[in-house]
Design a protein around this ligand. Sequence first.
Ligand code: ZN
Length: 172
Amino acid sequence: MPLDNVVLTTTDDLFIPGLVHQVFNKYKRDNGIILTKEERSQLFSELSALLGEGLLQRALHILDEWNFITYYTSDRYRCIVELTSKRNLAQVVRVVPYVNYCKCRYFQRFVLQLKEAGEKENREQNLNSNQVSFTCEHVLAQCLNQLLHPEPRTQILTLDQFRYFQIDIYED
Ligand SMILES: [Zn+2]
């Protein structure tokens, strides 16, 4: 029935998003309280069980090796987080907090399941295309950074600058 299909595609009814949300909520602390070492390892093992060890490791690598800055509009209603590799400043990824979307190749390929231009339907790629992921390392790293570093670096942007970044996030 068409109605059932509609219901099934809403995020609330999917297991992984709900469970990931629960894990993040469980470890969310207020008033700048930071997690203990034990809580951190518990958090990482729960996320690893849900999302896969590879994805979690790549996200932790980003936490170690990349800088995070949060850009706000002057009314502070909207924000974008920019992740920049410390080793290669040209490597920049921007994501919107609480939005599971990223422009990166991994997200397009394994989360959205979009085929790359010219991709051939050979056997090897058919095997690879079975891989489905809930999110990419950048979105996950941003969520973790928000949880682990309650006081991020921030900067206020003009509306024009903010719009430019916002359009860039969703543009191919
Ligand atoms: Zn990404």
